[in-house]
Design a protein around this ligand. Structure first.
Ligand code: SF4
Length: 365
């Protein structure tokens, strides 16, 4: 049912091509600025109001050239499209480089900005990735700026909310692949159907992504949901999902090695549902995060993933990736069952849902 969908960010594509985990995806932290301060922000404490200059782009490209297996690049922040200066100096050279190598690109944006910001990157971009965790406009107005010292007016905040819908629709109708992600937590679960229908009918997005909430940074004050509720919520979504939109279940905390038949039933139902896929988690499997201001490389941009593993000023990206794979943390989470193309959990999800479970490679034959 889902054979026709190619998920270019799927880490298993590397295992099929190279026979092992391979560095194929770099995520760039391209700014620490943002016009919002969402209460669910997983990098909230790293946000600043002033920005230093980035490393020379030639230095970064020299390191990217060394990664022959590179096939996707993602850009995150902060809000990567906040300033036209940042777009021109930090984003466009890397986007153009990606285009020249046939590398697929994704930008994570809150989509609240004037359309002229998006037009600058549109010719070079494959996926515009946005978050839609907003239950109502009022919630956006109240919590989208919750962690800000000086809050903008209610009218301004309401306008930004409407910009998300207007921009998503305009970009989608113009042919851009807009993918909206919702994180499951105590707040979003009761509104998931409303959010899904808005993503389909009001934003005209091509894809809805569902992920667990990472209780990191600002989000540590929000309540995660348990596995029983998670299973029920996904099953219900499969029943009412729009048949034409691609539903991507990322970091899904259910695996074919489970002894719980309810997990296996859900995974079977997912396989039977049109336009629905599960993505093996990319962080630490196919992807590393590069901070363009410091050159630091880490497993992901989440502060909870720990200190940098290396720096591109002194090491190649391949060497830093190999160093990560040799760590005990990586070895503890990197299980692999070729029979079901599963690469296991990631650190955050394992700690959250399976702190004491040992996953054994090859346990599913
Ligand atoms: S790869 Fe790991 S999580 Fe996936 S089925 Fe095998 S043991 Fe379970």
């Amino acid at each position: 049912m889902n054979e026709k969908i190619i998920d270019h960010w799927e880490a298993y594509l590397d295992v099929e091509k190279y026979g092992k985990l391979t560095l194929s995806n770099i995520e760039f932290t391209t700014t620490n600025l943002c016009n919002m301060r969402c209460s669910h922000c997983a990098v909230g404490y790293t946000l600043t109001s002033k920005e230093l200059d980035a490393l020379p782009v030639e230095d970064m490209i020299r390191r990217l050239d060394e990664v022959e297996t590179l096939r996707t690049m993602s850009f995150t922040g902060g809000e990567p499209l906040l300033t036209k200066r940042g777009i021109k100096h930090n984003l466009l050279p890397l986007l153009k480089y990606a285009k020249s190598r046939g590398i697929k690109t994704q930008i994570n944006s809150n989509l609240t900005l004037p359309m002229s910001h998006y037009e600058l990157v549109a010719p070079y971009l494959d996926v515009m990735h946005i978050s839609h965790n907003w239950c109502t406009e009022q919630e956006f107005v109240e919590t989208g700026f919750a962690m800000m010292d000086k809050t903008p007016s209610i009218e301004y905040r309401s306008q930004l909310y409407r910009n998300i819908f207007d921009n998503a629709k305009e970009l989608s109708n113009g042919g851009m692949f807009v993918s909206a992600e919702t994180m499951l937590n105590r707040n979003t679960v009761p509104y998931l159907r409303k959010i899904h229908e808005e993503i389909v009918h009001e934003m005209n997005c091509k894809r809805h992504e569902l992920h667990p909430m990472y209780a990191s940074d600002f989000a540590e004050n929000l309540e995660t949901i348990g596995l029983d509720e998670y299973r029920d919520v996904v099953s219900e979504l499969l029943d009412y999902k729009d048949k034409d939109i691609w539903l991507l279940l990322g970091t899904l905390p259910f695996y074919k090695c489970s002894a719980d038949t309810r997990d296996l039933d859900l995974l079977a139902k997912i396989e039977q549902t049109p336009n629905t896929t599960v993505r093996n988690d990319v962080d630490g499997r196919s992807r590393m995060n590069l901070n363009i201001f410091t050159g630091d490389v880490s497993v992901s941009d989440f502060a909870d993933d720990g200190a940098a593993l290396g720096n591109i000023l002194t090491s190649s990206l391949n060497d830093i990736y190999d160093k990560w794979l040799s760590t005990n943390i990586s070895k503890n989470i990197n299980c692999h069952c070729p029979a079901v193309k599963c690469l296991g959990s990631n650190v955050i999800v394992k700690n959250m849902y399976y702190p004491n479970k040992e996953f054994i490679s090859g346990s599913v034959m």
